[in-house]
Design a protein around this ligand. Sequence first.
Ligand code: 13P
Ligand code: SF4
Length: 304
Amino acid sequence: MSSDIRQQIRDLLKTHNGVLLAHNYMRDEVQEIADITGDSLALSIEAAKTSADLIVFCGVHFMAESAAILSPDKKVLLPRPDAGCPMADMVTAAELESLKRQHPGVPVVTYVNSSAEVKAHSDICCTSANAVKVVKSLREDELIFVPDRNLGRWVAGFVPEKKFIFWDGFCPTHERMTVQAVRQKIAEHPGALFVCHPESAPEVSALADHVCSTSGMYEYCRTSPATKFIIGTEAGILYKLRRENRGKEFVLASPALFCPNMKLTSLEDLLISLQTLSPVVTVPEEIRLKAKRALDRMLAVPRD
Ligand code: 13P
Ligand code: SF4
């Protein structure tokens, strides 16, 4: 049954000239069948340049929206329309506009974990992989950073010359990883390196040997001479870490590192979505054009 479902998904992707993009937090079986897995930045770049007619986005809503913004001529499917991101819901365009009125002329840097409408009211977007470079690329010495207060504070540590105005948003999944849980894992696994995502609380990031995006973690763990790692991000990352590093050991920093939204999409959902070519994610043209400016500006920031 399950190899049959995989074959049906692959056949339908071929019929519709579709590409299957999956975030690094997706269920193992979804990552396994994807054409491309990656972090938010890699998937945005892929969505911008793909020659496919159909993008099937296995991730959460804001990611599929970004694909629809960057590739308006393509159909974008999000197999589970209820896969949202609580952090993205923590700021609305009206709230951002009200903050902007209090700080006229100050540019807005918006984490891609946000709605298309919020992006449309922003100057530039960033992901966790390029946030420091994006902030450094600004001429202004003051900026508004939305919505993730933890990513914002982590970035600010690399750019002390700029003044940040933070929004009070956060990722509930990463914030459930407590200092106590991490300290306990470090005590249980002496010699292991602790690597965490910048969405983690500052007291947790302070304990880390390295803080980086999900793709940064693959790179760090692959190239590090260490053989044991305590991983401080969503559990889905373990699939590829273990597959690509057979001789190394990976321990999740906390059992709470489980994002319910990222775990919604099943192979069955994927198959139904391809059979029905729905649900389609679209963005109203006026919002799309403005949000695209902020995403394009981010994509134009040199990566190295
Ligand atoms: P990255 O893959 O860009 O590190 O994003 C993490 C995340 O929380 C996405 O929802
Ligand atoms: Fe949102 Fe956090 Fe889940 Fe990513 S892991 S989708 S930031 S709630």
